[in-house]
Design a protein around this ligand. Structure first.
Ligand code: ADP
Ligand code: MG
Length: 273
């Protein structure tokens, strides 16, 4: 599994401040679900998306959630990102029991501790790349040089500084996703959630993005949890959580495995009762 290096042992390839390296262990990187259920109403019938999910992550690193379409991956990520609430069970993120936070505390917690990126990038089309990255600072009322400096630092670190003045429609898919990730890192979240972030990218861009997420996990001591259905993505992750029909069905530790090895473990797991 990818681990962050001991104090000062390794230079920070990402070029961000990297001040977390060597910091004493705390609960800020933890993710824990116990018995999580979630159902949706659809045309008068109930769809059980999650049926008692347990999940535990304690250390920073790059993790994947794999599962067939409809197995509940996005639902789970939404609950972890505090974008929705479970019907039953508890979700702890960064050491906080989400159900115990007030609406206001939850909004601040989400802003300061959780970054989220989606398959569709979700950039504001009328803003430039730079303005999109500045947006979290602006929304927090920080309309000053510090916000501009932070955006520039992120654009540099993610390799999209030369594209800073362009609007999203002038950027490639890979560049748009880098800008979206830069934006999600504005407040240096300890938890980064990504829902099929390479779903709209070609394989070369996808590979670069997985390497980038692995670098963020390592150099910024971040818990990066990515939903994917691609075994080629999963080999960049230390551990894969396999979801089937709304239940956590097993884990794959990827050390020593190539994509074919991950695929065969995955197929075996999802076929096992
Ligand atoms: P995945 O991301 O693994 O494809 P989802 O979490 O999106 O799965 O969906 C799990 C199940 O819940 C699916 O059966 C899906 O159709 C259903 N579902 C998801 N979101 C909604 C919604 N907003 N309304 C109704 N059903 C939903
Ligand atoms: Mg999904």
């Amino acid at each position: 599994m990818t681990q962050h290096s001991p104090s000062g042992a390794k230079s920070n390839a990402l070029g961000l401040n990297g001040t977390r390296n060597g910091r004493a262990a705390d609960t800020a990187n933890t993710v824990r679900c116990i018995g999580v259920h979630k159902a949706y109403e659809l045309g008068g019938t109930q769809v059980q998306a999650l049926r008692g999910v347990d999940l535990q992550i304690t250390d920073p690193g790059f993790y994947a959630i794999m599962g067939a379409s409809g197995s509940g991956k996005s639902t789970l990520l939404h609950l972890l990102g505090a974008l929705d609430t479970p019907d039953q069970g508890t979700v702890h993120v960064g050491g906080k029991a989400l159900h115990e936070l007030s609406e206001r505390d939850l909004t601040n917690f989400r802003r300061d501790h959780i970054g989220i990126v989606f398959q569709q990038f979700n950039l504001i089309p009328t803003l430039t790349a730079r303005e999109n990255v500045e947006l979290p600072g602006m929304l927090a009322g920080r309309d000053g040089p510090e916000t501009r400096r932070r955006a520039q630092e992120l654009l540099d670190a993610l390799g999209v500084a030369p594209r800073a003045g362009h609007r999203p429609d002038a950027l490639s898919g890979g560049e748009q996703q880098r800008v979206a990730i830069a934006r999600s890192l504005f407040f240096s979240p300890r938890i980064l959630l990504a829902d099929e972030p390479t779903g709209n990218l070609d394989s070369a861009s996808s590979n670069r993005l997985w390497e980038l997420l692995a670098t963020i996990a390592r150099d910024e001591a971040t818990t990066v949890l990515m939903v994917t259905h691609e075994p080629a993505a999963a080999i960049h992750c230390g551990r894969v959580f396999v979801l089937r029909d709304g239940v956590m069905h097993g884990t794959i530790d990827t050390e020593g495995l190539d994509a074919a090895g991950v695929a065969s473990r995955y197929q075996h797991l999802v076929r096992t009762a």
